[in-house]
Write a protein that binds this ligand. Structure first.
Ligand SMILES: [Zn+2]
Length: 140
């Protein structure tokens, strides 16, 4: 299984101001989706002066037709949006967790194990951080 090579440090509380790219990522669980997003969108990521954040359309995750997959879907949407930040490019893959939309097959896979990263996603993230052996500074 491809390992993407990025370690996240999770904290709760008030987000700290970004000191530089990649140090802090805010996770927002939204209860409404802005009108500019399609009905199937589950979230979005922002990187810029206003800060680095992912937004999860939590009401859509909760509306998953298979309640037993709600937690798995939430995790996958979070990973998907965080990976957009880590790849630093707006793109999707044809398979894996970075697909634009999860389909029935993906939900079947989620019942057994997490969706994987496509090889190109592993390469993009690792290239962005200087290679597979690059050390990502840890947040303190
Ligand atoms: Zn996406």
């Amino acid at each position: 299984m491809p390992v993407i090579g990025v370690k996240l440090v999770w904290r709760t509380g008030t987000p700290v101001q970004n000191r530089s790219y990649g140090e802090t990522l805010e996770i927002v669980l939204d209860t409404q989706a802005p009108a500019r997003f399609s009905a199937g969108a589950m979230g979005y990521a922002t990187v810029g002066k206003e800060g680095t954040a992912i937004h999860v359309f939590y009401h859509r995750v909760r509306a998953c037709p298979w309640p037993e997959l709600t937690t798995a879907l939430l995790g996958h949407v979070m990973v998907h949006e965080i990976t957009h930040v880590l790849e630093d490019v707006a793109r999707h893959s044809r398979s894996g967790v970075m697909k634009a939309n999860f389909d029935g097959h993906d939900y079947d896979v989620m019942r057994a194990r997490p969706l994987r990263f496509a090889a190109e996603d592993v390469e993009l993230v690792q290239a962005h951080f200087g290679g597979a052996n690059a050390r990502i500074p840890e947040q303190r």
